[in-house]
Design a binder for this molecule. Structure first.
Ligand code: EPS
Length: 408
């Protein structure tokens, strides 16, 4: 079982994560972890915080001389912004004598759409800062870091994960299925929004500008596409083993994600069966995976019965607009219980590009877990042997079927 926990406040010393269940013997590419963290920080519409940070994960345990040991891998991402917050965010009773930064006032006016109100009531706090610091999407940096390790395991088995942003508010492409794996893979790292369609991207950027000028915020939609998955990850035999359910839980745990789609997604409710289901045709030469059949369409998004079926996995995420508005919505000042505008915290206008990178991350973690379930082993070598045995079993099975059909 692959599992992880994260900790850390947005303006505390840093974020930490522990990843357990990675096999021993995986050679880690540290630059690839930094690369994923950098991708998460980018995208048109991000706020000033991202100009302060240049996220990098220090590996504290579980790796020796570049190779995983099978023991828990712990990571630390330091917050550069900590030096501006020590007087406000110190863990000690009183700020240490050398504490830097300003003393910030207590936050008492909850933002509609953020965890502020529910959080202060649930945890019985008076300062909303005690809630927003952990509810902040800054936490996703820790998930991206552990997922960067999970995706290195998947890559060893030729599983590749890409994403694309296809909508900002109501503007953009009507369906993510119009974008191929190849065109999502080939989007430049420098692209402003990581959209596969340059014309649509220009309109989406204009929408973000419009929102910024109006003191408003934007949400959007993205899709994660995974190529190279073996058939048979997940299972239909029990509710909590269905891979679509596991992916949905992971995607919905990303801050501000309000909906998840697999393949055609919610549109599945609006088309007849003849237009929904992906016909099965013979493909005797197919090697990736070697199952002897193919699908001309992929509305199912690579999953049937909660099990991977050999087609690209396609998972989309729908993000609500950021909850901090520069032209704030009505709220209540909880210190005096009278109407007041919601607090304005530094924030992003739109974080859809970052959400897409986080989407890739959570999908990687679910898939690595399901992969280890199927081909389990304590070392990479053991997993490789299990994987090779399963592949050769498929090859011989579908070769045999072809011969039988031919001789009939
Ligand atoms: C974020 C860090 C935060 C925000 C954003 C995401 O930094 P700060 O609060 O210092 O500006 O930019 O968080 C939110 C939008 C939110 O609502 O919490 C990050 O690292 O992704």
């Amino acid at each position: 079982m692959l599992r992880f926990l994260t900790a850390g406040e947005s303006h505390g010393k840093g974020l930490v994560a522990i990843l357990e269940g990675m096999p021993a013997g995986l050679h880690l590419d540290f630059d690839a972890i930094t690369e994923q963290l950098k991708r998460r920080q980018g995208g048109y519409g991000r706020g000033r915080r991202m100009a302060i940070e240049s996220d990098k994960a220090e590996v504290l345990s579980g790796v020796r001389a570049g190779e995983t040991l099978g023991s828990p891998i712990s990571l630390l991402i330091r917050n550069k912004d900590w030096e501006n917050w020590q007087q406000t965010m110190h863990a000690e009773d009183t700020p240490p004598p050398d504490a830097t930064g300003a003393i910030r006032p207590v936050v008492t006016r909850p933002r509609p759409g953020h965890a502020d109100l529910a959080g202060v009531i649930k945890y019985d706090r008076t300062d909303i800062r005690d809630v927003l610091e952990r509810a902040s999407a800054r936490e996703t940096a820790a998930r991206v870091a552990v997922a960067a390790i999970a995706r290195q395991l998947l890559k060893k088995f030729n599983v590749n994960i890409v994403s694309h942003v296809y909508r900002v508010n109501g503007i953009g492409l009507d369906s993510p299925l119009r974008v191929t794996y190849e065109s999502a893979r080939d989007i430049s790292a420098e692209s402003a929004l990581h959209c596969a369609d340059v014309g649509a991207e220009a309109m989406m950027i204009a929408e973000i500008d419009r929102c910024r000028d109006a003191g408003d915020t934007a949400g959007g939609a993205f899709e994660v596409i995974v190529r190279g998955l073996p058939v048979g990850l997940g299972s239909y035999v029990q509710w909590d083993r269905k891979l679509d359910g596991r992916l949905a839980q992971a995607m919905m745990s990303i801050p501000a994600i309000k909906g998840v789609g697999i393949g055609i997604g919610p549109k599945a409710a609006s088309v007849p069966g003849s237009q929904m289901h992906d016909e099965i045709v013979p493909a005797p030469g197919r090697t990736q995976p070697p199952i002897g059949v193919a699908r001309p369409t992929n509305n199912a998004g690579g999953l049937e019965g909660g099990v991977t079926n050999g087609e690209d996995l396609r998972v989309s995420g729908f993000m609500k607009p950021i909850a901090t508005l520069m032209k704030p919505l009505r709220s209540v000042d909880l210190s005096v219980m009278s109407e007041a505008p919601a607090v304005i915290e530094r924030s992003d206008v739109c974080a859809i590009s970052a959400a897409a990178v986080v989407g890739e991350a959570v999908v990687s973690l679910v898939l690595a877990d399901a992969f280890l379930e199927k081909f389990s082993g304590d070392s990479l070598g053991e997993i490789e042997r299990n994987y090779a045995a399963a592949t050769s079993r498929l090859q011989s099975r579908f070769k045999a079927t072809k011969r039988e059909v031919g001789s009939a």
